[in-house]
Ligand binder design. Structure first.
Ligand code: PLP
Length: 393
C-alpha cells in the first residue's frame, strides 16, 4: 500500500524534534552534528535567536498580504540585495525551482521583446541541477531527473562539464542564454574554475547571450563570499537564489540587471506567496548577518580549517575517501566506498552529511559552525570511516 506521504524520498530512519545551532536532536535526546544544514538551507544553523525573533515579531503583526499591495519587508530586502550585488531588481519566490522558472521566462521574454522570439536556446551543463519543475528538469537534462516526464520543454542543450571545445562550438549569436551553477551542488560539488567563469562571461558578451547563474546552493555566503561568482570577479545578467537566503524559511529570488529584466512588465509574472512579509522579515535578518565582510571572513577562515582537517581524514582513510573538493563551506568528499554507505555510517556516529552525484558526500554545514564543532565533526567522520574500513594509520 502506498504510504500516506508520497514515497519520492529514500528517507533515513531519523526523526528530529529540535535544533540548536549546528545540532539536531531526536526525541530520546540523541544529538547529531548537522553538516548538511537542510541541504545548505539552515545557513545560520537551527533556531538562531535573531531569526526566531524576526519571525515571531512578524507573525504577531502580519503574515500575508497579496502582491497587489506594497510590502515593506519585501521592498527592504530587495533594496538590501540590490545594494549588495550586481543586480538592479529582484523578484521573490518560495523556492529555487520557482526562481529557475522565472529565469527561463525572463530569458525568453528578453529576446521576444527584442523581436527575436526564435532565440530560445539555453545552454546548460551535464550534472547540473536547477529544480524539479518541468522547465527546470528540461534545463538540467539527464535521465535521473527527466525519465518518464516527456515530452520535455524544448530549447535546452546540455554540454559536457568542463568541455571548452563543446562550449565554443555551441555558443553562437543564436544562443539565448547560458545557465550554470558556479559550484555544482547535486552534481557532486564540482566548482567551475574562476578562469572558466571569466571565459564564459566573455563568450556571452561576444555573442549577446545572457549569463544566468544558479546560486541556489552556492550563494548566500556558502563559499566565503556573499555570492560564489564574486571569486571570479565577474557578474551575471540573471541569478537564481534560494536555500540559504531564508535560513530555513521558504524563500527564493531572481536577481537581474535592468537590461535583462526590462521586458518583465506588470502582468508578465507573479506569485501568491513570493516575497510575503514572513519570508522577507526572516530574509532581512539573514542578509544583515551574512552580508557582512567580517562574517564572511570568519566563514573563509573556518572553511580553511575544515578543509585542512578533511584532507587529513582522506590521508588516514584512503580506502574510504579519495579527495576533498569544493569551496568555502561547500565541500565534497569523493568516496571510494559507496557514498550512501558513508552517509549511513555517519548517522551511526551522530553526524549528518548529504550524498551527491559522482559518489561524493556533501558537507554544507551551517555557516556559523564553530572551530570546536569542526573538530567534533571530523572526529565523528573519522569514526564513521573506521566502521567501513580499518584506518591506515
Ligand atoms: C536546490 C536547488 C534548486 C532547487 O531549489 P528548490 O528550493 O528545491 O526548488 C535549484 N538549483 C540548485 C543549484 C539547487 O541546489
Amino acid at each position: 500500500m502506498i504510504p500516506a506521504v508520497l514515497p519520492t524520498y529514500n528517507r533515513a530512519p531519523l526523526t528530529f524534534v529540535r535544533g540548536e545551532g549546528a545540532w539536531l536532536i531526536e526525541a530520546d535526546g540523541r544529538r547529531f552534528l548537522d553538516l548538511g544544514a537542510g541541504i545548505a538551507v539552515n545557513a545560520l544553523g537551527h533556531a538562531h535567536p535573531a531569526l526566531v525573533e524576526a519571525l515571531t515579531e512578524q507573525a504577531g503583526r502580519l503574515w500575508h498580504v497579496s502582491n497587489l499591495y506594497r510590502i515593506e519587508e519585501q521592498e527592504a530586502l530587495a533594496r538590501r540585495l540590490v545594494d549588495a550585488t550586481f543586480a538592479d531588481t529582484v523578484f521573490f519566490t518560495n523556492s529555487g525551482t520557482e526562481a529557475a522558472e522565472l529565469a527561463i521566462k525572463m530569458v525568453r521574454k528578453h529576446w521576444s521583446a527584442r523581436g527575436d522570439g526564435d532565440r530560445i536556446e539555453i545552454l546548460a551543463f551535464e550534472g547540473a541541477f536547477h529544480g524539479r519543475s518541468t522547465g527546470a528538469i528540461a534545463a538540467a537534462g539527464g535521465d535521473k531527473l527527466t525519465k518518464g516526464y516527456g515530452p520535455l520543454m524544448p530549447g535546452f542543450r546540455q554540454l559536457p562539464f568542463g568541455d571548452h571545445e563543446a562550449l565554443k562550438a555551441a555558443l553562437t549569436d543564436r544562443t539565448a542564454a547560458v545557465m550554470v551553477e558556479p559550484v555544482q551542488g547535486e552534481g557532486g560539488i564540482r566548482p567551475l574554475p574562476d578562469a572558466c567563469l571569466k571565459g564564459l562571461r566573455a563568450a556571452c558578451d561576444a555573442t549577446g547571450a545572457l549569463l544566468v547563474l544558479d546560486e541556489v546552493q552556492c550563494g548566500m555566503g556558502r563559499t566565503g563570499r556573499l555570492f560564489a561568482h564574486e571569486w571570479a570577479g565577474i557578474s551575471p545578467d540573471i541569478m537564481m537564489v534560494a536555500k540559504g537566503i531564508g535560513g530555513g524559511f521558504p524563500l527564493g529570488a531572481v536577481l537581474a540587471t535592468e537590461a535583462a529584466a526590462a521586458a518583465m512588465t506588470a502582468g508578465s509574472h507573479g506569485s501568491t506567496y513570493g516575497g510575503n512579509p514572513l519570508a522577507c522579515a526572516v530574509g532581512l535578518q539573514v542578509m544583515d548577518i551574512v552580508a557582512d565582510e567580517e562574517f564572511l571572513a570568519g566563514v573563509r577562515r573556518r572553511a580553511g580549517l575544515l578543509r585542512q582537517r578533511l584532507e587529513g581524514l582522506v590521508a588516514v582513510h584512503p580506502e574510504v575517501f579519495e579527495a576533498v573538493r569544493g569551496q568555502g563551506l561547500m565541500l565534497g568528499l569523493k568516496c571510494r566506498k559507496p557514498n550512501a554507505e558513508v552517509v549511513t555510517a555517519g548517522h551511526a556516529e551522530g553526524v549528518l552529511t548529504v550524498a551527491g552525484g559522482d559518489n561524493v558526500i556533501r558537507l554544507l554545514p551551517p555557516l556559523v559552525l564553530s572551530e570546536e564543532e569542526i573538530a567534533e565533526g571530523v572526529a565523528r567522520l573519522d569514526r564513521a570511516a573506521r566502521r567501513l574500513a580499518p584506518a591506515a594509520v
